[in-house]
Ligand binder design. Structure first.
Ligand code: DGY
Length: 322
């Protein structure tokens, strides 16, 4: 491409990234910083060369059909289940994401959720803030230790492995279920036990942490049957995508005490949190904070810039997913 491409950011990005982009591109930023409606996204397809959406935008086939100018969708985030890749591909639009740079932050948050759920930190904080704490006592808010417990990872990509590394620091043992066995060097380093079958992994894990992509293949992977296959008193942690879990079935398992707790960062229809969960004490609910550190969100922006620049120069795109 010759000249400065016209680039749309659908949301505000970290200041340093916006500044760099404005120096290099003809940049438009939606200052309102709320999700754009489908009509606005569709018309953007005719007005910009590059569209930079986030997980809060739904780039479906109708949006993609909205115009012929956009040639690159540079997503701000690693997950891309909100983008219709087939429709983009059919129109010759390249799609990129921002892998790698958010691995550590997301793994940190998976551990945060595990610790908060196991140590009942949300319940304790609510009690203190409500002025209901009556003082130390031997049986107050007893939770569960992580040490010696089995962490069962569903999916064993970068974020799952980083989560396993941290969990080993807490004395946990690692098991995983995935499409294939991990690189033997990684399995050895993490002493990770492969389970080729989901039910088998669920039956041994004290904590189950989800690390699979969203989309039709994983929708409701953790349904009532999967929850019933988990160990009684186990915990479910989700930093992947809300669509992976049947939340009505999860709420039932938590209410009945079949599961001891859950820690969730993602939901099927964000920002809506399933009503049946909001009233339960034994679930930690965070607002999709996996990659939310200053450093990580800046690195994600710089990664998107690298993809846009490669596209301008006609080079292979570093993080092409379609
Ligand atoms: C990701 O990177 O996929 C995060 O969930 C935010 O989009």
């Amino acid at each position: 491409m010759t000249g400065r491409p016209r680039v749309l950011l659908t949301r505000r990005w970290p200041e340093e990234v916006e500044r760099t982009m404005a120096e290099r591109f003809d940049l438009v930023v939606d200052q309102a910083d709320v999700p754009l409606d489908q009509r606005t996204l569709a018309s953007a397809m005719a007005e910009f060369d590059v569209l930079c959406p986030t997980v809060s935008d739904r780039i479906d086939s109708e949006v993609i059909a909205g115009g012929n100018r956009v040639k690159l969708i540079a997503n701000y985030g690693v997950g891309f289940d909100h983008i219709d890749l087939a429709a983009a591909k059919a129109k010759g639009i390249a799609v990129t994401n921002t892998p790698g740079v958010l691995t550590d932050a997301t793994a940190d948050l998976a551990l945060t959720l595990m610790l908060m759920a196991a140590r009942r930190a949300g319940e304790g904080e609510r009690e203190v803030r409500a002025g209901q704490w009556t003082g130390w006592r031997p049986t107050h808010l007893l939770g569960s230790s992580l040490g010696g417990k089995v962490l069962g990872l569903i999916g064993f990509g970068r974020i799952a492995q980083a989560t396993a590394r941290r969990a080993r620091g807490f004395g946990m043992r690692i098991a995983y279920f995935g499409r294939r066995e991990a690189d033997p060097a990684i399995a050895r380093e993490l002493e990770a036990e492969f389970h080729p079958d989901l039910a088998s992994l669920l039956s041994v894990a004290d904590f189950v942490s989800l690390h699979v992509p969203g989309g039709p293949e994983t929708e409701n992977l953790i349904d009532a049957a999967a929850l019933a296959a988990m160990k009684p008193g186990a915990y479910l942690i989700n930093t992947a995508r809300g669509s992976v879990v049947d939340h009505a079935a999860l709420a039932y398992a938590l209410r009945e005490g079949r599961l001891a707790g859950a820690g969730l960062d993602v939901y099927p229809h964000e920002p809506k949190v399933p009503d049946e969960l909001a009233g339960l004490e034994n679930v930690v609910l965070l607002p999709h904070l996996g990659s939310a550190t200053q450093e990580t969100r800046t690195a994600m922006g710089l990664r998107a810039i690298a993809n846009i620049e490669a596209w301008i120069e006609g080079q292979p795109l570093p993080d092409r997913v379609a």
